[in-house]
Design a protein around this ligand. Structure first.
Ligand SMILES: C[S@@+](CC[C@H](N)C(=O)[O-])C[C@H]1O[C@@H](n2cnc3c(N)ncnc32)[C@H](O)[C@@H]1O
Length: 256
């Protein structure tokens, strides 16, 4: 189990033999599969967490800005940003997640100021100096965790792309996990070098907040977290009889 970071894979769903042969490949493919095939369940799970508009506003008021939501997924951040943004570009590798985002924003009746684009973080189809604010939630980590041999190169490529698309007074805000099922920050080992690089090498400020999942009851908590976080969290939920599952989130931000 040494290569499997908690929260990044549900090994229960994998044939054991493939798991043993290709741990690392399957590790990434599995979450990819969730984003393609279980995007509705992911959306339900994160709808149980608090929304982040006030926090983002404190770092960078975003009314009438041109915004990029990098790895926008099902639109957790996009759905609060779109209301006030001048324009919003939502990129992601998963067309299925972007479809949910599109439907969600349409249902909210927001004037269509957003676009969705399937794109990798390392190569953005976005013009130079066209963006004021980049937000990215729980997404850059897929390329920058140390299980990925190119994590450091990937991080440089992503930051260089963000610097390219941002205007001179632009802002980057990144959210990543500091631990699920924990009441104080306890980031997964495999993400610590990435976080350290953001702070020590790339000049990001850092803080953390609680972002607990508030489910109806223990059964709902179990049912809607297992597919994503796996057996270990489920055991904690049962042992502690949690309907509210504690989660810590890290925030990193930098003004150009
Ligand atoms: C945990 S979800 C977060 C989604 C959303 N930002 C949120 O806050 O809920 C991670 C998202 O990152 C996307 N993703 C992962 N690697 C990516 C990459 N290299 N380029 C673009 N998107 C990527 C996934 O498809 C998925 O939608």
């Amino acid at each position: 189990m040494d290569l499997i970071p908690d929260g990044f894979v549900n090994t229960e769903t994998l044939p054991e033999i493939m798991y043993k042969k290709q741990k690392r490949v399957i590790l990434m493919a599995t979450h990819e599969q969730i984003y393609q095939n279980q995007s509705d369940t992911y959306e339900f799970m994160i709808s149980k967490q608090p929304e982040l508009s006030e926090l983002i506003k404190k770092i960078r008021p975003y009314k009438d800005l041109n915004i990029l939501d990098l790895g926008a997924g099902s639109g957790r951040l996009a759905s609060v940003l779109a209301k006030d943004a001048k324009s919003l570009i939502c990129t992601d590798l998963s067309s299925s997640m972007l479809e949910i985002l599109d439907n969600k924003l349409t249902e909210q009746g927001i004037a269509r100021n957003w676009t969705t684009v399937v794109a990798d973080h390392r190569k953005l189809p976005i013009a130079d100096q066209s963006i004021d604010l980049v937000v990215s939630g729980w997404s850059i980590c897929y390329l920058t965790n140390i299980k990925n041999e190119k994590w450091n190169e990937n991080l440089r490529l992503i930051i260089s792309e963000l610097n390219r698309v941002l205007r001179p007074n632009g802002t980057i805000i990144i959210f990543e996990t500091m631990g699920t099922g924990t009441e104080t920050p306890n980031p997964p080992e495999f993400l610590r070098d990435y976080y350290k690089a953001l702070e020590d090498d790339l000049g990001f400020h850092h803080d953390w907040i609680r972002l607990d999942y508030k489910f109806r009851d223990v059964e709902e908590a179990r049912k809607y977290t297992e597919f994503f976080f796996g057996e270990e969290l489920v055991q904690k939920i049962i042992d502690n009889q949690w309907s509210t599952v504690p989660e810590c989130a890290g925030i990193w931000w930098r003004n150009l």
